[in-house]
Design a protein around this ligand. Sequence first.
Ligand code: NAD
Length: 355
Amino acid sequence: MSVFQHPDYDSHEKLVFHHDASSGLKAIIAIHNTNLGCALGGCRMWPYASDDEAITDVLRLSRGMTYKAAITGLNLGGGKAVIIGDPLRDKTPQRLKAMGRLVESLHGEYVTAEDVGIGEQDVAMMSTETRYATGFEHVAGVSGDPSPYTAYGVFRGIEQAARFQLGWDTLAGIRVAIQGVGKVGYELARLLSAAGARVYAADIFTDNLKKAVADLGVIPVLPEDILRQPAEVFSPCAMGAVINETGLRELAAPVVAGSANNQLSTAEDGQRLQAAGILYVPDYVINAGGLIDVYYQYFGADRQEVLRHIDEMAAKTLPEIFQRSKVTGAATSDVADELARSRFMGSTQAHTDAA
Ligand code: NAD
């Protein structure tokens, strides 16, 4: 299939395909939009079943980063990278360094960070070959992993959603079903448990689930049952497209609020959630904490500023989206898209007008 005809191609500025013969690296970088600034977005490593699956993922993820950056108010564009391969089997220092050289070859147009399958040590390895990497330990003993900030943002977003949708002013006693207790899901489960929530969790990687059960006392659920788990909040913290026709039929919770990118399989799924009276907290708004963190790290700001910025997103941006959706009847996902687009497209307009 031609890339320009691909259903997920959305006027992306650049798609770079790379094969490094000596290391065996196969990777794609997608730069969706740089109207507001350089494209900052994580690098994912995943055993994609086909090249087309990898292209679809990188097109969707990079587009999401443009919207996420725009809605945070940061002067950043959207981009993302994918490495085709199994992180448990195929990750080698040679491949990570080759990835670093690929990022460097774009001269800062794209800045990389971690994502699923790529941790902060991996980004540190890439950074031996590129200046354009963030989200790893720069100062000895200070982690650069943005996941705790992502989890914190999701936690604050769940508080807002519970208030708006359920009239709950506290998370004590609320039931939250988390899909995926990896870096973000585990930390979210910790914050929720500390707030007195009843946390249910599923993970296909049993070691991660066992750890969350042992450390935090979360209640384990089978992966195939997590959507239908009776709960006030379903929190997708694994992979994307979990809200699809089948998922919607199974979903038991009146709120969907989690960290996973691209939770909706299609835009219509946002409208279906709205029609069903389920409050969907747009993924790229609630999970922006990690991006905010790596942005501040990259430009050398104090992490206290990160928390202030995340709190502001939860306290102002989310209620604005919920309220606009309530008044207009538009899906929260469409309201968020409109807000984000007005910023990054407005900026194109500004350039055009000035020209
Ligand atoms: P991770 O790889 O550490 O954790 C993901 C977990 O989900 C793993 O434990 C995995 O086994 C599990 N999983 C995968 N498929 C599953 C399924 N079908 N059912 C149940 N569990 C499943 O990744 P992470 O960094 O925690 O990120 C989680 C999600 O949040 C991803 O979609 C990521 O893109 C998104 N996200 C992460 C950050 C961040 O700061 N790490 C920021 C923004 C968005």
